[in-house]
Design a protein around this ligand. Structure first.
Ligand SMILES: [Zn+2]
Length: 501
């Protein structure tokens, strides 16, 4: 029996609001699309949480044995300042303010985004397409939508006709929004407006003479609307219907609702079988936002240079902290919670180091009870992750496993009483879940190797100096290291050991 069969996966589908059994379109394969960042400023922690949630999801699918194609786009055009197709393009505006080319903005912030993803050990997607790389495809689907009667052109811009679409299909199927209510709320259309109805949205916008990013199209020079890029890039690489579409909760409406309408209007099929939405971050119980002054950047969190932080926290501490909550719950940042996360993370990695050294000596006085207990704990890691990716409960099981590991080390639990098979299952599961599924890295590992290597070089130099009776140099090495807190000890046989004070 494979892990895929043994631990059937259930996930909360935002489309139904229910926890559903996941069945892939093709057995053993997963196609996943996640809305990526708009690269016009530094990535904030809310984004990190979203991409971390989908990192865990793809890692777990892979760990179960699925072949995963994970597509996450880069939005480098078309995202306007507000959702009503008004205001400047976010990237265009930044370029104008900083007197740079839009592509300079895009490159700077795409690299910054990748760097932050690396710091948190969030793996790159299989394909990372960009909106500007798919202008032709966006023009093509817009032509199809016009031909299918779901879009219309006015004065060089093209709009999606939501009312017409809703006569044939259901606009609001994902977000639960009702067209009549949307039409009633907010500003009314006036004679200046090009849209037939307030709820309509832009597929293509005519570029004003001052607009920097522009491409030729059958409707004149312009640029694509924001929603259409995701329909194009998801269906191009994953097919007209694919398994999972994810993103932050704030994208459910209008962005994802519009994606469904565009794909269904163009291809006549529901594009996505399961929708997954991750929740928001709060700080000390308040929504994280720039205007409240409580939104901080990853680098401020690492260095502790924000007024709300007592001190800095490492990327893995933050990763651990975020995984203590389910992706669909809100997550609250506080210094106390981060400090507790730091301790918790250390406890799990210390147990990992201990477990690596533990070997099974061969069975003696086999205990069925102990053997079953070890198997149960390993099974529970899978069962919790297969239950809507419950990282919080998985971490709780890993803590229980960490105490067993410490018991085995101290002799309170005897390894030789566990079957070899159960011990190995326990060992590979603890290691695999910590490193591959939850994606933790031992942070001091690299530094330790460098430090150890450097000390070895100095010790060898000192041995050589003593051999050559250059006691002045040999003493200087010893005294300088002592000043740094490293104590050298000379053994009888000329060997040297060191310890930290
Ligand atoms: Zn999107």
């Amino acid at each position: 029996m494979t892990s895929i069969e043994k631990f059937p996966l259930h996930l909360t589908n935002s489309l139904s609001g229910e926890k559903e059994l996941f069945t892939p379109l093709s057995p053993g394969k997963l196609g996943l699309y996640v809305c990526g960042p708009t690269v016009y400023n530094d990535v904030h922690l809310g984004n990190v949480r979203t991409f971390l949630s989908f990192d865990i999801i793809t890692r777990y699918f892979r760990y179960l044995g699925y072949q995963v194609r994970y597509v996450r786009n880069i939005t480098d055009v078309g995202h306007l300042e507000n959702d009503a197709d008004e205001g400047e393009d976010k990237i265009g505006k930044k370029a104008r303010l900083e007197q740079l080319e839009p592509m300079e903005i895009v490159k700077t912030y795409t690299e910054g985004f990748h760097e932050v993803m690396r710091q948190f050990n969030i793996l790159p997607p299989s394909i990372e397409p960009s909106a500007t790389g798919h202008i032709v495809d966006q023009i093509e689907i817009t032509k199809t939508l016009i031909a299918n009667g779901f879009a219309y052109e006015v004065n060089g811009s093209v709009y999606f006709d939501v009312t017409k679409y809703n006569q044939a299909h259901h606009y609001g199927i994902l977000s639960g929004r009702v067209i009549e209510e949307l039409m009633e709320s907010g500003r009314k259309l006036d004679s200046q407006d090009e849209k037939r109805n307030k709820v309509d949205f832009a597929l293509w916008k005519k570029a004003s003479p001052f607009h920097i990013m522009r491409w030729p199209s059958p409707w004149g020079e312009g640029f694509p609307g924001w929603h259409i890029e995701c329909t194009v890039m998801s269906t191009k690489y994953l097919g007209e219907t694919f398994d999972i579409h994810g993103g932050g909760m704030d994208l459910k409406f209008p962005h994802h609702e519009c994606e469904i309408a565009q794909a269904k209007g163009a291809y006549g099929k529901d594009p996505v079988r399961y929708w997954i939405h991750s929740n928001m971050l709060t700080v000390n119980g308040q929504k994280m936002s720039k205007s409240l002054g409580n939104s901080f950047l990853p680098r401020e969190l690492f260095s502790g240079t924000h007024k709300l932080l007592d001190r800095g926290y490492s990327p893995m501490t933050v990763r651990f902290f975020m995984l203590q909550s389910h992706y669909s719950s809100t997550l609250d940042f506080s210094n106390e919670a981060l400090q507790a996360a730091e301790k918790g993370f250390r406890k799990l990695t210390n147990a990992l180091a201990t477990l690596r050294k533990l070997e099974h000596p061969g069975v003696q006085e086999l205990s069925l009870e102990l053997t079953k207990d070890m198997q149960r704990l390993a099974d529970e890691c899978f069962l919790n992750m297969s239950d809507d990716f419950n990282t919080a409960k998985t971490l709780a099981v890993l803590f229980e496993m960490a105490s067993r590991i410490n018991d085995m080390k101290s002799g309170n639990a005897r390894i030789e009483q566990v079957s070899v098979e159960a011990f190995l299952y326990f060992k590979t599961t603890y290691t695999g879940f910590l490193e591959k599924v939850l994606g933790f890295q031992e942070e001091s590992e690299q530094n330790d190797t460098v430090l150890k290597g450097t000390l070895d070089i100095l010790i060898n130099l000192r041995k050589k100096a003593r051999h050559e009776k250059n006691f002045a140099l040999s003493d200087k090495i010893r005294d300088d290291l002592k000043a740094l807190g490293v104590q050298l000890k000379d053994g009888k046989d000329g060997e040297m050991t060191y310890s930290f004070e």
